[in-house]
Design a binder for this molecule. Structure first.
Ligand code: NI
Length: 177
């Protein structure tokens, strides 16, 4: 089955217990489940559309995520199993982030500008990737999900409350329409 034909999965919306929990390591016994889930996670992510989706977002508490930044509008999918940040740059960068589990919410988030990430692929082969720009932010955002952290957790309480208030107001307006 191709990635785009695989049946989609439901995306959890915050707040949800699984989104706040630390996911556990993928073991060899989990690999059949991970191989079955990965194409469905890609299908869900492309349909949303988004550029990354971590297993906890589809209520699976395992340390893996799918990412595709679609450079030049061409698919370039990565499945990152047990991803870990090995090194970060001293330089930081700020960019606007959103999240499929926080629909309609966006905020400027500051993170290290460059990261080196180690991970395993679906064949169990280990890789290391040096990333900068959008990819660096995306990888850190997805690894955060595996630790129960959402992008709004990086914001000050003031900014986070401002976003949540705006969100509540929007929902109220929608309800009265
Ligand atoms: Ni997210």
């Amino acid at each position: 089955m191709s990635e785009t034909e695989a049946p989609g999965l439901g995306i959890l919306i915050a707040p949800h217990r699984t989104l706040k929990a630390r996911a556990r390591a993928v073991t060899p016994d989990d690999m059949d489940r991970v191989r079955a889930l990965a194409p469905r996670m890609f299908a869900t992510m492309y349909k949303a559309p988004g550029i990354g989706l971590a297993a906890p977002q589809v209520d699976v508490g395992l340390r893996f995520a799918v990412v595709d930044l679609m450079p030049e509008d061409k698919p370039r999918p990565f499945t990152l199993i047990k991803p870990e940040i090995l090194a970060v740059s001293e330089e930081w960068a700020t960019r606007e982030e959103g999240c499929l589990s926080l629909p309609g919410q966006y905020a400027e988030v500051s993170r290290p500008a460059q990261v080196r990430v180690g991970y395993h692929d679906l064949d169990g082969k280990r890789h290391e990737m040096d990333a900068e720009g959008l990819l660096a932010a995306c990888l850190q955002h997805e690894i955060d999900h595996l630790n129960g952290v959402l992008f709004v957790d990086h914001l000050s309480v003031l900014k986070r409350n401002m976003i949540l208030r705006r969100r509540a107001k929007e929902q109220k307006q929608k309800a009265s329409e």
